[in-house]
Design a binder for this molecule. Structure first.
Ligand code: PLP
Length: 425
């Protein structure tokens, strides 16, 4: 039955068989993913009940947005789920980069130093920080930056970190997910160890974790192991595919108050910010997120196993533990990147008939190819693949609002590589 419908979508029998063979080996793994989803589902539900979410929370305000009960309650729900004192969850945070820029610029003053102890941060942060020249960067405002690279085996350079922390160091940024790099993503436990070490070197430092793509992949979040701020995008994991836009910052009241002032205006802070008509989707998306994330993680594990079997270098490996929804696959050539992305695009519910091509994107140094046929533009909790066109020509695959859609996407990507003579199955 499935074979016929998959054939009609353009997947050949050879590729379907490959998928079935791989899937048979993943049943135990999928059971563990379901256990994490079950725990996180209950955690979100409890926070919604404890905060007495009701129908009046789902409609928004306009104008100044004073007394926006739904918005304020949603922020309480996020704070409870992440076990933080406060949270800022707003459609006015336009993307993950914006949320990170707000968190950083709100909590760093001229003369302060920012430290990344985990190597180069995400591409778009280079301009926020001023690693690449940009108007309004932190550097322009007199905030300096220091970076300690990971050791060659991917572990933290504790000696280097200790040496890098100085009297100017004020804020430490830790990126949980690998971003566009071929390094492992960090587990919450690893992040916890790093934070403990850093805070022992200099008590009082603020630690921010870029939590993009990590939410709900584990039972714990970085805020459970000492992070003062967690930052992420609502068109990734916590929006559950329903949030049409937005970002969040969860953390200590001291940090979050400053983020509110930076986002709106000093003195005004959190009391303004009309939520218009998005609140229903933000609540419902957060509610669905643990389940959606589990489907995406299954898709990532499946992709790893399939591409390993085809002889490609994948990160993480199929059998490794998962700390985000990203799967990177080193395809080795621009042609293979294009074929892979064409397959993902061809599996989409929206824009399935278009062919992705590499293009320059603001904030990124290299041309980027992106496949996404999403209900929400650019949403990468939906089935998508992207990557900067530079060696080792790795694509970063993520998302899928349902596990079955993620599976189809991977099968289609294999199909396109096969049709272009880039692999044999
Ligand atoms: C996506 C992402 C960002 C930036 O988010 P945008 O919403 O694309 O601006 C930052 N850090 C990491 C690790 C990401 O994955």
């Amino acid at each position: 039955m499935n074979r016929e419908i998959y054939n009609s979508l353009g997947v050949s029998d050879a590729v379907i068989t490959l998928g079935e063979t791989v899937l048979q080996t993943l049943q135990d793994r999928f059971r563990l993913i379901d256990e994490t989803a079950e725990y996180n589902q209950a955690k979100v539900l409890k926070a919604m009940q404890d905060n007495r979410v009701d129908a009046s929370c789902l409609t928004g305000t306009n104008g100044y947005g004073h007394d926006d009960k739904g918005r304020d309650t949603l922020e309480r729900v996020y704070a409870d789920v992440f076990h933080t004192e406060a949270a800022l969850v707003r459609p006015h945070l336009t993307c993950g980069t914006h949320a990170l820029a707000v968190a950083l610029s709100a909590n760093l003053l001229p003369g302060d130093e920012l430290l990344s102890p985990v190597g180069k941060p995400y591409d778009t942060l280079e301009e926020v920080i001023g690693i690449r020249e940009s108007a309004c960067s932190l550097k322009e405002y007199g905030v300096s930056y220091r970076q300690v690279d990971l050791l060659s085996d991917g572990s933290f350079d504790y000696a280097g970190i200790k040496q890098a922390i100085n009297k100017k160091t004020k804020l430490v940024t830790i990126q949980r997910s690998k971003g566009y790099q071929m390094r492992p993503s960090f587990s919450v436990a690893q992040i916890g160890e790093l934070i403990a070490f850093i805070k022992a070197c200099k008590p009082g430092l603020t630690v921010m974790v870029d939590n993009c793509y990590g939410e709900f992949t584990e039972a714990l979040e970085p805020s459970d192991v000492g992070a003062d701020m967690l930052v992420g995008s609502l068109i990734k994991n916590p929006g559950g595919g329903l949030a049409p836009t937005g970002g969040y910052i969860a953390g200590t009241k001291k940090c979050i108050d400053r983020c509110h002032y930076r986002l709106s205006a000093p003195g005004v802070g959190q009391d303004v910010g009309a939520s218009l008509s998005v609140l229903g989707s933000l609540y419902q998306g957060f509610f669905l997120s643990p389940q959606v994330v589990s489907g995406a993680v299954k898709g990532a594990v499946f992709a790893a196993k399939v591409y390993e079997k085809l002889g490609f270098h994948v990160l993480p490996k199929a059998d490794e533990s998962r700390h985000d929804i990203i799967q990177s696959i080193e395809l080795g050539s621009p042609a293979a990147m294009e074929a892979f992305c064409l397959g993902i695009q061809a599996a989409a519910p929206v824009d399935s008939y278009v062919a992705p091509v590499p293009d320059p994107i603001p904030g990124y140094a290299d041309p980027v190819i992106m496949a996404a046929g999403a209900f929400v533009q650019g949403s990468s909790i939906e089935l998508s693949a992207d990557g900067p066109v530079r060696p080792p020509y790795a694509v970063y695959f993520q998302g899928g609002l349902t596990w079955h859609h993620a599976k189809l996407g991977i099968l289609m990507s294999v199909q396109k590589l096969l049709e272009r003579g880039l692999i044999t199955v």
